[in-house]
Ligand binder design. Structure first.
Ligand code: AMP
Ligand code: GLY
Length: 420
C-alpha cells in the first residue's frame, strides 16, 4: 500500500514511524514533512491545505491511503476532495470538522444529544456579551468561536479579564475566528484527553493522555501548544471512560450521523473530571500534538490497521491490543517560546541516542541545512520513551534529553509530575 500523510510536525513524525513499521506499508510520503520524517519517509514539498496539489501528489504516486494529520486541511475540506476522488482517507469532512472549527457548533451538538458540558451563551455583539458576563460573575471562560491556533480562549479569574477578553476577540485579535464569542461556565477539576476512532457509527478507544500546557515547571507561565504529555492518564479510570463513551462520545457520533454529516476520523475529547465524572471541555478532530507521540509509541504498527479499518467503515470488527505500559514525551522548544525565538540554531547529539520501540526522538520543527540539523519552529523535538511504569518512561526520556546538545533549546524538567 502506498500511503500519504499530510502534515509536518511531531504528530506526523509519530504517525509515520508507526505506519512505516507495518508490513502493509510500501511507499510512505509525508507532505511537507520535516528532517526527522525525511529519515524514514519521502517528503513532498506541498501545502497540505491545497486540495488540488494534494490530489496531484496522490495521482502521481499511486497513493492508496491518505492520513490527514492537522485540523487546517480538514476544516478546508481536503478529506472531502480526496474521498470525492475515490481515495481512501482517514479524517473527517469539513462539515464534521466543525466539531473543532466552531465552539458554538459543538455546544449546539452537546445540547442536541444531552452531552454534559459547561453551561454557555453565544454572542455576536460585545455589549450583550459584557452584560451577560457581569450578570454571571467571575471566574468565567471567554472563547473566540473559530480556529485560533489554540489561543482564542481566556480563562478569566476576574470580571476585568473577561471584559477585556471580549474586547480583544471582537477587536479582531483572532480575525474571522472572533466574529462570534462563546461564554462558558468555569469548570473546576482535572483535565485529561481521550482519543476515540469513529467510522461514522462504531467507535474504538485508542488511548488516554494528559499534557502540560504551561511553559514553566509546576504548570506556571504562559500557555503553549503543549510542553509534554504522557499516556495513559490515570485520572481517566475505566469507569470514567465508560461514562464518556456512553454520555458524550456515542451520542455525539449518533447526532452527527443523524444530521447527515457522519464523523470519520479521530475524535479528541478534552475532558474536565471532578468528583468521578467527566464533562466535555472541547473536541478536536485530529490527534493531539504531542499526545499522538505517546499514543503511537504505545500502539506501534497496529495503528495503521486501525486507521484503515476506521476509513473503511470496519471499526466494529477492530480491536486495539494494549500492553500494560506507559509512555511519556518531553517537548524541547527554542528559548523564548511561546514568545519570539531564534530559528536556524544547530542541534547535535541525536545520532548517539537509542532508537527502538521504547525510545524515539520525534521531530516537530527541524530541517537539514548543509547536512546539519537545525531548529525551524518553536516546539522542535519530542523526546519520547516507553516503560513498564510512568517513572521508568520519564527517566528514559530525560536521559535522552541529557544527550542532546542544543544550547538554544529548553524543556520542562517535570513532565508527568501530576501522575507521579
Ligand atoms: P480549549 O481551546 O477549548 O481547549 O481551551 C483551552 C483551555 O482552556 C482548556 O484546555 C482548559 O484548560 C481551559 N478551559 C476551556 N474551557 C474551560 C471551562 N469551561 N472551564 C475551565 N477551563 C476551561
Ligand atoms: N496538545 C494539544 C493539542 O494538540 O491541541
Amino acid at each position: 500500500m502506498n500511503i500519504l500523510i499530510l502534515g509536518g510536525g511531531g504528530r506526523e513524525h509519530a504517525l509515520a514511524w508507526a505506519v512505516k513499521q507495518n508490513p502493509k506499508c510500501d511507499r510512505l510520503i509525508v507532505a511537507p514533512g520535516n528532517a526527522g520524517i525525511g529519515a524514514i519517509a519521502e517528503c513532498a514539498a506541498i501545502d497540505p491545505c491545497n486540495a488540488a496539489a494534494v490530489l496531484a501528489c496522490v495521482e502521481e504516486n499511486a497513493i492508496d491511503f491518505v492520513i490527514v494529520g492537522p485540523e487546517a486541511p480538514l476544516a478546508a475540506g481536503v478529506a472531502d476532495a480526496l474521498r470525492d476522488a475515490g481515495i481512501l482517507t482517514f479524517g473527517p469532512s469539513a462539515a464534521a470538522a466543525r466539531l473543532e472549527a466552531s465552539k458554538a457548533f459543538t455546544k449546539e451538538i452537546c445540547d442536541a444529544c444531552g452531552a454534559p458540558t459547561a453551561a454557555y451563551a453565544r454572542f455576536t455583539d460585545a455589549q450583550a456579551a459584557k452584560d451577560y458576563v457581569r450578570a454571571q460573575g467571575a471566574p468565567i471562560v471567554v472563547k473566540a468561536d473559530g480556529l485560533a491556533a489554540g489561543k482564542g480562549v481566556i480563562v478569566a479569574m476576574t470580571l476585568d479579564e473577561a471584559l477585556s477578553g471580549i474586547d480583544e476577540i471582537f477587536g479582531g485579535a483572532f480575525g474571522a475566528a472572533g466574529a462570534e464569542v462563546v461564554i462558558e461556565e468555569f469548570m473546576a477539576g482535572e483535565e485529561a484527553s481521550f482519543f476515540i476512532l469513529s467510522d461514522g457509527s462504531d467507535v474504538l478507544s485508542v488511548g488516554t493522555a494528559q499534557d502540560h500546557k504551561r511553559v514553566g515547571d509546576g504548570d506556571t507561565g504562559p500557555n503553549t501548544g503543549g510542553m509534554g504529555a504522557y499516556s495513559p492518564a490515570p485520572v481517566l479510570t475505566d469507569a470514567i471512560q465508560a461514562q464518556v463513551l456512553d454520555e458524550i462520545v456515542r451520542p455525539t457520533i449518533a447526532e452527527m450521523a443523524r444530521r447527515g454529516t457522519p464523523f470519520q476520523g479521530v475524535l479528541y475529547a478534552g475532558l474536565m473530571i471532578e468528583n468521578g465524572r467527566a464533562r466535555l471541555v472541547e473536541y478536536n478532530v485530529r490527534f493531539g500534538d504531542p499526545e499522538c507521540q505517546v499514543l503511537m509509541l504505545r500502539l506501534g504498527a497496529q495503528a495503521l490497521d486501525l486507521l484503515i479499518a476506521c476509513a473503511e467503515g470496519r471499526l466494529g470488527e477492530a480491536r486495539a491490543q494494549w500492553a500494560d505500559d506507559h509512555a511519556l514525551t518531553v517537548v524541547m522548544a527554542a528559548q523564548g517560546y511561546p514568545g519570539a525565538y531564534a530559528k536556524g540554531t544547530l542541534i547535535q547529539g541525536l545520532d548517539a541516542l537509542p532508537e527502538d520501540s521504547s525510545h524515539m526522538v520525534f521531530h516537530a520543527g527541524t530541517a537539514l541545512r548543509n547536512d546539519q540539523l537545525v531548529a525551524t519552529g518553536g516546539r522542535v523535538l519530542n523526546v519520547t520513551a516507553r516503560g513498564a511504569t510512568l517513572r521508568e518512561a520519564q527517566e528514559r526520556a530525560y536521559a535522552m534529553v541529557q544527550g542532546i546538545d542544543w544550547p538554544e533549546g529548553f524543556c520542562r524538567s517535570d513532565i508527568g509530575w501530576r501522575a507521579l
